[in-house]
Design a protein around this ligand. Structure first.
Ligand code: SF4
Length: 164
């Protein structure tokens, strides 16, 4: 069931967008209550929902909308910017031969998405390991997930082959 949903990611994309809007709308209230207080509650919600749906590893810096609603942290190498050079000819993982490469799935699913399909081409900054085990929603609201390492130069989008 969950896999079917992932392979038909339009609904998940819609749900993600609406959840994000809801949290942004609730931001003043959550800030008033205190992010520290709501963190534990939201983390339980994320564990229950995203673990079941996406095998979420609670990296605290969610980029599902930019990876075809496929969790990049399930890649054995935790790659967040596309596949490594070891993808097998059958599209399987170099490290776990029985597993389809996370990035093959991410690419195929991104083709079925709406506006976020092109987000696959965004260059992701290195993941901040200090956010591991924290709520990605809280980190989005506080903006801590947007703080990049010193020296990191954000490139909004690489040119896609075939683009004019
Ligand atoms: S990107 Fe991070 S927060 Fe999002 S599903 Fe994967 S591990 Fe969880």
């Amino acid at each position: 069931m969950f896999r079917w949903l992932q392979n038909h990611p339009r609904f998940l994309e819609w749900a993600y967008d609406h959840t994000q809007r809801l949290f942004i709308w609730l931001q003043p209230l959550l800030a008033w209550v205190g992010y520290g207080r709501v963190q534990s509650i939201l983390l339980v919600g994320e564990e229950l929902s995203k673990k079941a749906l996406f095998d979420c590893r609670l990296c605290g810096q969610c980029i599902l909308h930019a990876t075809g609603m496929t969790c990049p942290m399930t890649c054995p190498k935790n790659l967040r910017n596309g596949p490594c050079g070891g993808v097998r000819a059958n599209g399987h993982c170099e490290v776990i031969p029985d597993m389809t490469c996370v990035w093959v799935e991410a690419y195929e699913r991104a083709q079925k998405m709406g506006v976020h399909g092109r987000d696959l081409y965004l260059i992701q900054p290195p993941v901040n390991r200090r956010l591991q085990g924290t709520s990605a929603w809280v980190n989005m609201l506080t903006g801590i997930d947007q703080i990049n390492p010193p020296g990191w130069i954000a490139i909004s989008e690489v040119s896609v082959q075939g683009d004019g």
